[in-house]
Design a protein around this ligand. Structure first.
Ligand code: 1GP
Length: 280
């Protein structure tokens, strides 16, 4: 009887250890899933289309339609966040998307309190184009414990704000001068420095609703000097521009404002991005 209970206990203990091992292994694999998909797609020259959702501007009913359109258009990622998030809808918004479809949700936080454990990953943004120490490292220090405990896949991202022809919320809130739209060499050197500092992604953003989107020439020059995936957003309102940005070297195109105004644009935008030839 004694021997049986010892055997039984050791079986339970081996099983518990194995389960813990599996949980850790699964978690480690899961925590790299989004970055792996981004780098795999880049290797194959597969371009991605991401829809930006500002939790302040959606509710359950318009989200439902947006998600249906996104699934139909084969959108690759949802980005969720905003420079200012006033409502308390972030967690609900992310959960709503996760319940409704398999499109990965990546947080694009405008401030350290925009962390939702329900998302798949978080763009851990450092504003490398500015000289505001708080957005380079200060806010990261303050939010580090919360971010770490969230269990989210963390994507260290060199965030570069490019002048979009008029002040945007991001340029005002960040209290940092954007890179002038025609200073390609500053953008190149900033992206190179970000990559050498260990950033896994570079995100060049003209800001939501920018009058002028980033030029293809700037995208081309930056894409030529970095290896990591390049995300481009801000002021993209036409599928043709999304296509040209991808041809110039963008790996991910982000559109928010134009889709808020006309959700049916999702289909054309996604089709334009996905029509860029894939390397075989
Ligand atoms: C803003 O890059 C995103 O941070 C998207 O910009 O809303 O202008 O598409 P739009």
């Amino acid at each position: 009887m004694g021997a049986i209970s010892v055997l039984f206990e050791s079986i339970i203990s081996v099983r518990a250890n194995f389960c813990t091992f599996l949980q850790v292994t699964n978690r480690q694999e899961m925590t790299k899933a989004i970055y792996q998909s981004l780098t795999e797609r880049k290797k194959q020259h597969k371009k991605s289309f991401a829809v930006l959702i500002d939790p302040d501007k959606v509710n359950d009913s318009n989200m439902k339609k947006l998600i249906e359109l996104a699934v139909d258009a084969r959108v690759d990622y949802f980005l969720v966040g905003g420079s200012l998030v006033i409502s308390n809808y972030l967690d609900e918004c992310v959960q709503f998307i996760k319940r409704s479809c398999n499109i990965p949700v990546i947080l694009f936080p405008g401030s350290p309190n925009q962390v939702s454990k329900y998302a798949d990953a978080l763009l851990y943004l450092s504003l490398i184009s500015g000289r505001n120490a708080d957005l380079l490292i200060g806010q990261h220090v303050v939010s580090a414990p919360v971010v770490k405990q969230s269990g989210l896949e963390i994507l260290p991202t060199g965030y570069m704000v490019i002048d979009g022809g008029a002040p945007t919320t991001v340029s005002y809130i960040s209290n940092a001068t954007p890179i002038p739209a025609d200073k390609n060499e500053i953008a190149m050197c900033t992206a190179m420095a970000g990559e050498m500092l260990g950033m896994k992604l570079i995100y060049m953003d003209a800001g939501s609703g920018a009058k002028l989107a980033i030029t293809e020439e700037m995208i081309r020059q930056v894409a030529n000097v970095i290896e990591v995936p390049l995300i481009i957003g801000g002021g993209i309102i036409e599928p043709e521009k999304a296509y040209l940005n991808c041809k110039a070297g963008a790996d991910v195109i982000v559109v928010g404002n134009a889709i808020e105004k006309d959700p049916n644009l999702i289909k054309e935008m996604a089709a334009a991005v996905h029509s860029v030839p894939v390397k075989v």
